[in-house]
Write a protein that binds this ligand. Structure first.
Ligand code: ZN
Length: 66
């Protein structure tokens, strides 16, 4: 995946022999999580971090629009 990253969840380096990296960025509050390692990335994605963060995001809790 190339081009500007406007937030959300991305996974890079998923080729065989590489260590996958998952990044989750919330553009509303600036929260960033990085997970590395095939098993950890798999578990992290399976845990649905975007929905999880939406429930906890301080910016969303303030009721900020847009
Ligand atoms: Zn957030």
């Amino acid at each position: 995946m190339t081009g500007p990253w406007i937030g959300g969840l991305t996974v890079r380096r998923t080729d065989h022999g590489q260590t996958p990296i998952a990044d989750h960025l919330c553009t509303r509050c600036g929260h960033h999580t990085r997970v590395t390692g095939r098993q950890r990335v798999t578990d992290y994605i399976r845990s649905n971090p975007i929905a999880d963060h939406r429930a906890a995001c301080p910016a969303l809790k303030k009721g900020t629009t847009a």
